[in-house]
Design a protein around this ligand. Structure first.
Ligand code: COA
Length: 306
């Protein structure tokens, strides 16, 4: 069975849960002291408004957006969307944060919806399953474009279902060691320097916001941290976040070893479904995950008012 975009996004929310999560119709307003885009953006699932969501119409043909988007229906929903956008603006202004909406869409979201550039190899987008709500999310994305909310960045969401059995050996280069702990040490938190900056105190709370997590640390022969990753368990899924191999230790198979260790942990926890998210422009991580068996599920774009 295909997992819908909305279902996977709701699952992901249980793995990286901001301190403030406020419902807005079918959307969620998220804030966590400005730490990470995901935790400080409105998660936009469906089109706000009293009109029930239409049955997923499939992909919007790029040639005639207006006719395909059923303008009559959208006229009914646009006032509700405008009110929702006003509330998004006020919510973030109150917190001194930029207004930002994360809009999940099909990974190959076509024209006329402008998207951030993707470096994803074309073959990665082939044979994509069509989540049932792909059409509704595409319609929302189009309406937001029309309302002047434009893309600033994008993220790919990947999934993988593990086969039962032995996931294989966790091979580390000579001299390296790997350990897993249920809570992050201060050194572990510091190793994940979000966007190059030190992790603020609020960052630690986000890293332990799932019902259960497993922090993996690879140490070099001199005891220094070489690589880290966080696995979390919620809703029967294992989420992978905060993967970082420190410069000077890359291209030796450490990330691959971390993924194998997470697979072992997932199977021991009885979970076979894995997901993760990585920015569209991160070619090394796309290659890593595609070559490790993950497949693209959808992408989400961050939109800000123009
Ligand atoms: C992406 C990252 C985690 C890879 O770590 P790594 O330990 O160097 O990766 P590995 O040595 O295990 O490589 C495994 C595979 O990933 C891919 N890969 C890794 N680095 C790559 C690069 N710079 N360019 C292209 N492919 C790359 C390759 O397919 C590689 O397999 P190969 O060596 O057989 O070709 C590391 O570059 C990193 O920490 N980057 C910054 C943080 C980040 O982007 N984290 C991921 C966010 S989800």
């Amino acid at each position: 069975m295909t997992t819908s975009i909305a279902d996977l996004e709701r699952i992901a929310l249980g793995h990286w849960r901001p301190s403030t999560c406020e419902p807005l119709d079918t959307w969620v307003l998220r804030a966590h002291h400005g730490f990470t885009g995901r935790a400080n953006s409105a998660l936009a699932l469906g089109i706000p408004g009293a009109t029930p969501a239409v049955a997923a119409p499939g992909r919007v043909p790029s040639s005639s957006p207006d006719s395909a988007l059923d303008p009559g229906l959208d006229q009914v929903r646009e006032p509700a969307l405008t009110r929702a956008l006003d509330r998004v603006g006020a919510f973030y202004a109150r917190r001194g944060l930029p207004a930002r909406i994360a809009v999940p869409v099909p990974a190959d979201c076509p024209a006329p919806v402008a998207g951030p550039p993707s470096t994803m190899p074309a073959e990665a987008l082939a044979h994509l399953p069509e989540p049932e709500d792909a059409g509704e999310q595409l319609r929302l994305r189009y309406l937001l474009d029309r309302a002047g909310w434009l893309p600033t960045a994008g993220t790919s969401a990947f999934t993988m279902t593990l086969a039962p059995g032995n996931p294989g050996d966790c091979d580390l280069p000579p001299g390296y060691g790997l350990r897993g702990t249920p809570t992050p040490s201060p050194a572990r938190v510091d190793a994940h320097r979000h966007l190059g900056a030190p992790v603020p105190p609020a960052g630690r709370a986000l890293m332990v916001s799932a019902p259960r997590q497993h922090f993996l640390t690879v140490t070099a022969a001199d005891g220094a941290t070489a690589a880290v990753a966080r696995a979390s368990l919620s809703g029967g899924w294992v989420g992978i976040t905060a993967v970082e191999v420190l410069r000077g230790h890359r291209r030796q198979g450490l990330a691959r070893a971390l993924l194998t260790a997470i697979t072992v942990w997932a199977l021991a926890a009885g979970a076979r479904r894995l997901f993760l998210q990585t920015t569209l422009d991160n070619t090394p991580s796309h290659r890593l995950y595609l070559s490790s068996g993950f497949r693209v599920h959808h992408r989400y774009d961050y939109l800000s008012p123009s």
